[in-house]
Write a protein that binds this ligand. Structure first.
Ligand code: SF4
Length: 429
């Protein structure tokens, strides 16, 4: 195969953590709602558009060619591994050079403004994905990560694929299966309002018959007051109805909840409403993602003008405790986000007691122990996400590093708090 036959396809970077190793196809770009006050993802000028089916089908064909080409070039032999990702960097350069020499200029050709140097690094990262055009490096990376992850899963993005008619999804899934027969699971993000008010039960069943397996909903809260405060554009009733309809259609239902989203003022109502919604609709999975206020979001402005008082780390943990203690539905609770201080995961209600024990052992610490615990936990999350500690974090810890280890006990509370704040401001959700 000629290297110039390879064409990039559009990938979805914003996806649930369980889809990190999934093949991705982009059916619509960005988020048409884009008003949630806490959400930084599409706030820097990304506009929503549905993509024509022919473009998506073309992308599936491009992905197939890249996969074949990588195999021809010896990737995955004897097995796909992380080493292939490192090796692929050279190949990407080779392809870019060949395309440039042939006068093909579509790679990375971004119509959005380039991120500014002094911008928050996480925001720069989000902006990187707002382009309308595909990038060969991202495409190769997507194929290789999917192969390394076992080649079984596919995520169809971006933010609410339930806006697409079942026939569209059916075509995409059947073409994907034909091109990649090892695919076993297809998932999407959806909004409960779309499931509750736009899609009929019959249409949702058609999604299931088409081969869709799971819908991930950003529920965030079950309190109408909190949902209104953060402009979620959905109600508790939408959450219940949307989740129940999806489950009744035979689809797996996964929801994200956000401790801290009610701030100090609405904490009790946030917990009460969220528990009530979960108990009414019994989602298959509840995923905890603690609120982190991102720069350039409406919620940051609300914090600055006093409209929103941020919850402390301890308050967010207390909210998680109250949710775990009061959820009666059978569900699996996961803490699969770096935003969470504690790893509280388990099958509910069977693992409830052990989950509560973990929370209580944190809550029983004195204030100083909590600070040291938080710094250690945040450092581990940073390692998990980036593989190494950055220079700015090392600088903040530098006075307390001796003999290759950090003397946490020597750090004054104020320095512990500063380092915790710095690390939290660098973690991706
Ligand atoms: S619907 Fe989802 S992607 Fe869109 S603004 Fe809200 S949280 Fe962000």
């Amino acid at each position: 195969m000629d290297i110039l036959d390879l064409r990039p396809y559009e990938t979805c970077s914003i996806r649930p953590p369980t889809e990190n190793y999934s093949l991705t196809f982009r059916l619509a770009r960005n988020c048409y709602w884009n008003k949630c006050a806490f959400c930084p993802v599409y706030k820097a000028g990304a506009s929503f558009s549905k993509r024509p089916l022919s473009d998506v089908i073309d992308d599936i064909g491009r992905a197939r060619m890249i996969d074949d080409y990588l195999f021809e070039r010896g990737f995955g032999i004897p097995v796909y591994s992380e080493a292939d990702l490192a090796r692929a960097r050279g190949l990407v350069e080779e392809i870019r050079r060949a395309r440039w020499e042939a006068g093909i200029l579509d790679d990375g050709d971004d119509e959005y403004a380039a991120p500014q140097e002094d911008m928050d690094p996480r925001f720069r990262w989000f902006m990187k994905w707002f382009r309308q055009k595909a990038d060969i490096g991202d495409s190769i990376n997507n194929i290789l990560t999917w192969r390394i992850g076992g080649s079984k899963t596919c995520f169809l993005g971006d933010a609410d694929s339930l806006v697409l008619k079942p026939g569209f999804i059916l075509d995409v899934i059947s073409r994907s299966r034909r091109s990649f027969p090892s695919l076993e699971r297809f998932t999407i993000y959806g909004r409960t309002r779309t499931a509750a008010r736009t899609r009929t039960s019959r249409e949702l069943k058609e999604y299931a018959r088409a081969g869709l397996h799971r819908v991930h909903f950003g529920m965030e809260s079950g309190s109408d007051e909190v949902l209104k405060l953060v402009s979620k554009g959905e109600t508790a009733a939408d959450h219940v109805r949307g989740c129940l309809k999806v489950k009744e259609a035979g689809l797996s239902c996964s929801v994200y909840v956000m401790p801290g989203l009610g701030g100090e003022r609405l904490s009790d109502r946030h917990v009460h409403g969220t528990v009530s919604v979960i108990n009414q609709c019994g989602p298959d999975y509840v995923r905890i993602r603690t609120l982190e206020i991102f720069p350039m979001t409406p919620l940051e402005r609300m914090r600055e003008n006093g409209e929103f008082i941020e919850a402390s780390e301890e308050q967010a943990v207390r909210e998680i405790r109250a949710m775990v203690a009061n959820i009666t539905a059978h569900t699996a609770i996961f803490s699969d986000s770096a935003s969470n201080l504690l790893d509280i995961s388990g099958e509910h209600p069977d693992d409830r007691d052990s989950m509560l024990e973990r929370v209580d052992s944190y809550l029983a610490m004195d204030p100083r122990e909590k600070l040291e615990f938080s710094l250690k936990s945040r450092l581990q999350s940073f390692y998990g996400q980036y593989g190494a500690i950055s220079d700015e974090i090392l600088d903040s810890l530098e006075p307390y590093i001796a003999g290759g280890s950090i003397r946490f006990a020597a750090m004054p509370d104020t320095d512990l708090q500063k380092s915790i704040r710095l690390i939290r401001s660098r973690l991706m959700p």
